[in-house]
Design a binder for this molecule. Structure first.
Ligand SMILES: [Zn+2]
Length: 166
């Protein structure tokens, strides 16, 4: 294992048991270096006739599988704006900003990423997509390609959103 250093003073970090958890503690200033957590955001884009827009991943992991648009929040970014930005980076089409609503927060044991999901109405017109997607397509909310949807968090968010809008 390589030595890691304190981001505050540059001292070497050592493992130490504190309150029954192993923490990485700076030998010089005593600060705890907490493990890095990531916040990701995703958007469920839906149409006025209850169809959901999915994109097929052109990147690994999950190459060729369907997901909702999303990605990592930039430090200091407003979460709904981050979800909107990530969607626009992946797929371009008209949308109704005022319909943007919070769906849920998804976290899983052993996974450092916390996913925050929003939904927003879009219009399937002049659709184009970027290099992260093989294609974008609409699916009826009642007939999503569940077995080809990649992330557990995406399946959980879609199930919850569909149940709430039934
Ligand atoms: Zn330190």
């Amino acid at each position: 294992m390589t030595t890691q250093f304190c981001s505050h003073c540059g001292g070497a970090l050592k493992d130490q048991t504190l309150n029954q958890r192993i923490r990485s503690v700076c030998a010089q200033c005593g600060r705890i270096a907490y493990p890095t957590e990531c916040v990701a955001v995703s958007m469920i884009p839906y149409t006025v006739n209850d169809q959901v827009l999915l994109v097929r991943r052109a990147i690994h992991p999950g190459f060729g599988y369907w997901v909702i648009p999303g990605g990592y929040r930039e430090v200091g970014e407003d979460l709904p704006e981050a979800a909107l930005r990530e969607m626009q980076e992946e797929v371009q089409l008209p949308f109704d900003r005022e319909t943007l609503t919070f769906v849920g927060v998804y976290s899983y044991r052993g996974n450092p990423t916390t996913l925050v999901v929003y939904a927003m109405r879009v219009h399937w017109e002049q659709v184009s997509w970027g290099p992260e997607c093989l294609e974008a397509a609409l699916f009826p909310a009642t007939n999503l390609p569940w077995r080809n949807i990649y992330f557990q968090s995406t399946r959980d968010a879609l199930s919850q959103w569909i149940a709430a809008n039934d």
